[in-house]
Design a protein around this ligand. Structure first.
Ligand code: EPZ
Length: 422
């Protein structure tokens, strides 16, 4: 397994291009199953999760061609041969469950493996099932697979989700596009990736309104046609790299970044003493003066502070002036980066869903282990600001969500290299 060697190397300067959003692309790709006409995505990120979703769609009989070095995905599901999403693929990537709604809507049946737990939590699918059952689906769990049927097709309904789940919103919205009649989805998630999905579905002929709000209304149509859609900028990659100059000093411009994607995160950074300014080509980030100040964080559904930036923010708080309390309200086990940061000299106490971080002057490089996607990059950021060398192992986690991370950080002056594993 590869590892990444980082050496603390002072202020950063330059530009980092931000890629298309992994979590938008992972819901846009299954949308191809809703139509027998081609769907083409541009600005797609080059990530292992995208390769996993490609393999899943191909296992169903869809054609997926990766063009222009992976930035364009030309897809067609005209002749599907299967409606079963196999455990072997789904267990690797939970987002595989996003084929459930589209398969059910187009074919009236789907067999999708339950993903099983992952490092950050149990991640059940009850909210997906409740929503699809509200549309008339019959769903049974057998041998670890969800067997879903909608004989006679799905029917529009009014449904209120118990929690604003991102994935459940995506599955239900995609299914409702081909249901008979009107669906009103209440307490829907408002993430920009859902807005992006709905904009793409509308290009395919779907009748949807309310994206970005808690109430989404969908008028079912008989069929959807093909489209070409540009994947929205990745706000989590954007937020992650905004922390690089915040931790190391200097000034970095994140190309393609827009304030609207990271509003609550930018506000938190501003309160901590980090200046974020929108330019014509992106977001420019620099510390206002020396050491940042500790701020408290509570993770919430969008537009609140993103759970996917909690680990990275914790890395910043490790060397902030004062004490910061980070409360993780979305996942039940998302502090696995804390003990690794403690190995680097951080002062962190974790009690259940709350981590209390008392800032130290400077972290010290050490060998650490990546435990999940966002934890892996928080350790790299910490290593860039630490004294001495840090080796981050198990970086396959990183490849799931960050393209060319070494090249992008090297480009602004970080001392970082990838060490090939045995
Ligand atoms: C999406 O996961 C993202 N993944 C996650 O990003 C992100 O952390 C999460 O939304 C929250 O923003 C993709 O978009 C591919 P949820 P998702 O359904 O849809 C519970 C990353 O790092 N829940 O909003 O799975 C669940 O257990 C990944 O890129 C149920 O209880 O998130 C969790 O505690 C990590 N029942 C909470 O809701 C359900 O049926 C949020 O889950 C579904 C979810």
């Amino acid at each position: 397994m590869d590892s990444i060697l980082v050496t603390g190397n002072g202020p950063l300067n330059g530009q980092i291009p931000i890629a298309g959003a992994k979590n938008a692309c992972l819901t846009l790709m299954p949308a191809t199953l809703l139509s027998e006409e081609p769907l083409t995505l541009t600005n797609a990120p080059r990530l292992s999760d995208i390769k996993t979703m490609t393999a899943l769609l191909q296992s169903l009989g869809a054609e997926v061609s990766s063009l222009q070095d992976g930035q364009v995905l030309a897809m067609s599901s005209h002749d599907l041969t299967s409606q079963t999403a196999d455990y072997e693929i789904v267990r690797k990537m939970r987002a595989s469950n996003l084929v459930l709604g589209p398969l059910l809507a187009r074919f009236g049946q789907a067999v999708v493996s339950l993903p099983g737990g992952c490092a950050i939590g149990a991640r059940p699918m009850d909210l997906h099932v409740e929503g699809l059952e509200a549309l008339g689906a019959e769903i049974d769990l057998k041998d670890g697979y969800l067997h879903a049927k909608a004989t006679g097709g799905l029917k529009g309904a009014v449904h209120e989700m118990r929690f604003a789940s991102v994935g459940a919103t995506e599955n239900i919205v995609m299914a409702a596009t081909l249901a008979k009649g009107t669906t009103v989805l209440k307490n829907a998630a408002r993430e920009p990736e859902i807005v992006d999905l709905i904009e793409c579905l509308r290009k395919m002929g779907a009748q949807i309104s309310g994206e970005g709000t808690s109430t989404i209304e969908i008028q079912g149509v008989d069929r959807l046609h093909g489209a070409t859609h540009q994947v929205v900028t990745d706000r989590i990659e954007l937020g992650t790299y905004m922390l690089a100059p915040a931790m190391c000093g200097g000034e970095v411009e994140l190309l393609g970044g827009r304030m609207s994607l990271v509003e609550s995160f930018a506000k938190k950074l501003d309160a901590a003493g980090v200046h974020v300014e929108e330019t014509r080509s992106g977001l420019k980030v620099a510390r206002k003066n020396g050491r940042v100040s500790a701020v408290d964080v509570v993770t919430e559904p969008f537009p609140g502070f993103p759970t996917d930036l909690q680990a990275q923010m914790m890395a910043l708080m490790c060397t902030a002036e004062g004490t910061s309390v980070l409360e993780e309200r979305i996942f039940e086990n998302r502090f696995m980066h804390a003990p690794e940061l403690v190995r680097m000299g951080a002062n962190i106490e974790v009690h259940g869903g709350t981590a209390t971080v008392t800032g130290v002057e400077r972290l010290k490089g050490a060998p650490v282990m990546a435990t999940d996607l966002r934890a892996s990059v928080s350790l790299i950021l910490a290593g860039m600001a630490a004294e001495g060398e840090t080796t981050v192992s198990r970086v396959y986690h990183l490849d799931r969500g960050y393209e060319h991370v070494v090249r992008k950080l090297e480009g602004v002056g970080a001392k970082i290299e990838r060490i090939k594993g045995q």
